[in-house]
Design a protein around this ligand. Structure first.
Ligand SMILES: O=C1O[C@H]([C@@H](O)CO)C(O)=C1O
Length: 550
């Protein structure tokens, strides 16, 4: 039984609204009044059409479809300054793309720091009807995790771009399916801004039927935090990661880095006379953000009845070993291994550093902090607008002999550039992400790296400085998982391989929103000459104004 590929049409109006997701009232960015936004539910092969109206009044907008490769539609990737001009206030932009693979994906704003303000959601793509998944379940549920700030995206962006540096700080709360709990009884709060009994911030309730198995699709779109998620008294069996089947493994808690998705199986096999806590907590950074709680409600108990127990506190924030172990445990499911090319045509080593530039704080890759151009790369490359961005090609390596990744660099100054990496079309590329100390002594952060336009094979993770001859021998070429987002653990390295076979221009960046904003990104181009005419709707800014716009 073959189902005809369909068009799925969405009409989204993006507006600011006053909402209290963690009981604290602030302006958030909504889609049709909602945050998290509506879930896109489609079948593999469907064409998604999103008519996106920017009703933010005074702000530009762009939306990225995270994990969708955009094969044949690189202009729909939604990356402002890379694949399109920003959508101006009052304008409507039409995103049109095919969801070519089944799995769990995300979407979120990709202009400035707007993801932080609440524009995010799920994309769930179902398999064809004759396809058998390597596991079974009774019900399919979704959990989207986020961290939450009370300052506006505008205020945060301005702080990050100022001298002295205005760091965004730790988030005020965490949200499970858009609900968290800020402490409204703090004496410093003005009356009326925080209301602990506002129904908008009542905990999310996951109702389960005793004995049944639930597939929980969990995704994180945190702006800063690495998270752990667990359900009191229940194991979780990990079965999918970033839209690929995983050789199942059982965990008590699952770590999620911003931009990752997982499916886990939850069996409702505990004491059905009571409810249980679900919690998410911050890991990797010293937490000063309260955990978010949700309720696992065994039907027919009252959903509002709080579990009789003290909520679990989650794993220790500084247990790097446990987090590395979970990264290493994720392998492609035996029946779903995507064959990996035996070797790479090119290896790019990317050193991640925190730096200064003329007194500003930046993040840099191989001592280059990316500045996004005013003319999107895709358009500049297609129309050969050579002045639109820096033609200097960034380095494939750093001075690894002389760089001490365990200490603050002697000279923390960096450079900035809008230069990009040009990849040979159809070549196989290895990227070694190398972490280092920040500008603070004894400090190295976790960075979730996300690649647009591709999935990559995860070759390996390690601690310390990557050693080419030793560590590359240990790459997993047997059953590596394919993903689009992967953590770079503190003081460690992460190696990935991808096939540069998707004509377009693609960001590869740290998914910590403020780090990307501060330049922690590179840009890959491949096969631009293979692209036909660009849609005129992506034009209109920078040097593209000279090209025809209807
Ligand atoms: O970019 C960052 O800046 C701060 C801190 O290093 C300086 O205040 C922090 O934790 C980051 O991730």
């Amino acid at each position: 039984s073959k189902v005809e590929a369909r068009f799925r049409h969405y009409k989204w109006d993006v507006t600011y609204q006053y909402k209290s997701p963690d009981c604290f009232k602030k302006l958030i960015i909504s889609i049709n009044g909602e945050s998290p936004g509506p879930t896109i539910i489609a079948d593999q092969g469907d064409t998604i059409v999103v008519e996106l109206k920017n009703s933010l009044v005074t702000e530009n907008l762009a939306v990225h479809w995270h994990g969708i490769r955009q094969i044949g539609s690189p202009w729909s990737d939604g990356t402002e300054a890379v694949t399109q001009c920003p959508i101006l206030p009052g304008d409507t932009f039409i995103y049109k793309f095919v969801v070519d693979r089944a799995g769990t994906f995300l979407y979120h704003a990709h202009y400035g720091l707007q993801k932080e303000a609440g524009l995010y959601g799920f994309i769930i793509v179902a398999n064809p009807p004759n396809f058998t998944e390597p596991f079974t379940y009774d019900y399919d549920q979704r959990i989207i995790l986020n961290d939450w700030y009370h300052k506006s995206a505008y205020e945060q962006g301005t702080g990050l771009s100022s001298i002295p540096f205005g760091w965004v700080g730790e988030p005020q709360s965490l949200l499970i399916n858009g609900r968290g709990k800020f402490n409204c009884s703090l004496p410093s709060l003005k009356t009326g801004v925080c209301n602990a009994s506002n129904p908008e911030c009542s905990p999310y309730v996951l109702a389960v039927i005793p004995g049944r198995t639930y597939r929980l699709r969990i995704g994180s779109l945190a702006s800063l935090s690495s998270l752990s998620f667990e359900i009191e008294g229940h194991n979780l069996t990990v079965v999918e990661a970033d839209g690929h089947y995983v050789e199942p493994f059982v965990v008590k808690n699952i770590y999620l880095y911003s931009g990752e998705t997982y499916s886990v199986l939850l069996k409702a096999n505990q004491d059905s006379s009571r409810n249980y806590w679900a919690i998410t907590n911050v890991v990797s950074r010293k937490p000063s953000t309260p955990n978010a709680l949700a309720i696992l409600n065994y039907i027919p108990n009252d959903a509002q009845t709080l579990p009789p127990t003290v909520p679990p506190t989650g794993p220790l924030w500084n247990d790097t070993t446990a987090r590395l172990a979970q990264s290493l445990a994720i392998k492609a499911h035996g029946g779903h291994i995507i064959p990996i090319p035996a070797k790479a045509d090119r290896t790019i080593v990317l050193l991640n550093t925190q730096n200064k530039l003329n007194g500003y704080t930046k993040w840099a890759i191989n001592n280059v902090s990316l500045t996004l151009p005013h003319t999107p790369y895709l358009i500049a490359l297609k129309y050969n607008l050579k002045h639109a961005f820096d033609q200097t090609i960034p380095p494939d390596n750093y001075d690894s002999e002389n760089y001490d990744i365990f200490n603050v660099a002697k000279n923390v100054n960096t450079t900035s550039s809008s230069g990009i990496y040009r990849l040979k079309f159809n070549s196989t590329v290895d990227v070694i992400l190398q972490n280092a100390n920040t500008m603070n002594a004894n400090d190295s952060e976790t960075h979730p790296w996300h690649l647009h336009g591709h999935d990559f094979w995860v070759l390996g993770f390690g601690t310390g400085k990557f050693n080419v001859s030793e560590d590359s021998k240990k790459f997993n070429l047997v059953n590596p998982i394919t993903k689009n987002t992967v953590p770079l653990h503190n003081y460690g390295w992460t190696a990935v391989r991808f096939h540069a076979n998707n004509p377009g221009v693609w960001l590869f960046h740290c998914h910590v929103e403020s780090h990307f904003f501060l330049g922690m990104s590179v840009v890959f181009e491949e096969g631009i000459e293979k692209l036909g005419e660009l849609p005129s709707t992506i034009l209109g800014c920078g040097e593209t104004r000279n090209h025809h716009r209807p």
